[in-house]
Ligand binder design. Structure first.
Ligand code: PSU
Ligand code: MN
Length: 322
């Protein structure tokens, strides 16, 4: 075996110090930087998101692959490099994570790849904008984000503003139910839909405080130590775009993607960019606000996580009836 081909995962200084002191850490993804937002909003937002995590009492760990090495916590120049379009960074999901190590690539990790790396580094909570899901028209394209599979098999809680409304929210909800992934509504009983505060779908359970989410996650991981969870946190009201207003633009964006033959990894970035243009930047502003809000809630929850005593084994108590 060639040690050159063994994956390397390196903690940044700030993250290493927090891990040594068993302090709260929040993982952050980087596809939102490389493929989710235009420059310079992408890097600016990533820095504001890191600041929001710090301001709420936790250490941010932005995760990416730089020259074939996974970085948990990025240096300033590494984040700057990811934000530049040239040379074009790779979009790295679970499928091509090993390929990115092997080929020495540089790129942004999706929710799926970020979760996998966070779990390896012992980080239990992660903030993003909105997870990937089942795309509209998936009955023809079979386009289902790898994020859903990873959440079902990796014990990290993902704070997300529900599911991106560019997706088929009903099918995404069904898929997570099939895979046994709980969707916790943070201060809401209705599933948020990214730009909008709600949707017609109910969450698995509603919880109203970071303490309650921490307590619930303890129960969840005691029962199912290998499964992730979605913490669905609605966009702040002042930045929200009502569903009926954004829906027309989403339908147009999907039709254009279809007509232009956009599919696979390019689809989500194409739709987000198309919407930002079609709404004169309103959807981009909403996207920034919801990520910041998710980072804040994740930082608060991170301070209330207690790992189940038995590590990776189910630890529910079984006793005789008394
Ligand atoms: N949330 C955002 N913007 C994004 C994404 C999420 O606000 O760009 C990214 C995440 O990295 C997510 C990815 O994992 O989109 C999903 O891509 P796909 O549908 O190709 O799996
Ligand atoms: Mn896809």
């Amino acid at each position: 075996m060639n040690s050159q081909h063994t994956p390397r995962i390196v903690l940044g200084e700030e993250v290493a110090a927090a891990a040594a002191g068993q302090e709260a850490i929040v993982a952050l993804e980087s596809t939102i930087v490389t493929h989710g937002m235009p420059a310079p909003d992408n890097v600016e937002t990533a820095r504001r998101v890191e600041a929001a995590v710090r301001a709420n009492g936790a250490t941010p760990a932005t995760i990416a692959v730089i020259d074939g090495v996974a970085r948990i916590g990025l240096a300033d120049e590494e984040l700057d490099r990811l934000g530049r379009p040239d040379p074009e960074p790779v979009k790295i999901g679970s499928q091509n994570l090993a390929a990115s190590f092997y080929l020495g690539q540089t790129g942004g990790t999706t929710v799926a790849a970020t979760m996998k790396l966070a779990a390896l580094a012992g980080i239990k909570i992660f903030a993003t904008g909105g997870i990937g899901g089942v795309h509209r028209g998936a009955q023809y394209s079979f386009d289902i984000s790898g994020d859903l599979e990873e959440i079902a098999r990796t014990p990290v809680a993902v704070v997300s503003a529900g599911f991106k409304s560019i997706l088929d929210i009903a099918k995404t909800t069904e898929y997570l139910e099939t895979r046994g992934v709980p969707v916790v509504g943070y201060q809401t009983a209705m599933l948020p839909s990214f730009y909008s505060i709600d949707s017609p779908h109910e969450v698995t359970l509603r919880l109203d405080s970071p303490e309650a989410v921490g307590g619930y996650l303890h129960t969840h991981w005691s029962l199912d130590p290998a499964c992730g969870a979605v913490i669905a946190n609605p966009i702040p009201q002042r930045a929200a775009i009502p569903a009926d207003r954004i829906e027309t633009a989403i339908a147009q964006a999907c039709a254009h993607a279809d007509a232009d033959g956009i599919s696979g990894k390019e689809l989500t970035p194409f739709l987000l960019q198309w919407l930002a243009d079609a709404t004169d930047g309103e959807s981009l502003e909403a996207n920034k606000e919801l990520v910041l809000n998710n980072a804040k809630i994740a930082a608060l929850i991170a301070q209330h996580l207690t790992p189940p005593a038995s590590g990776n084994k189910t630890s529910a108590t079984v006793s005789l009836r008394s």
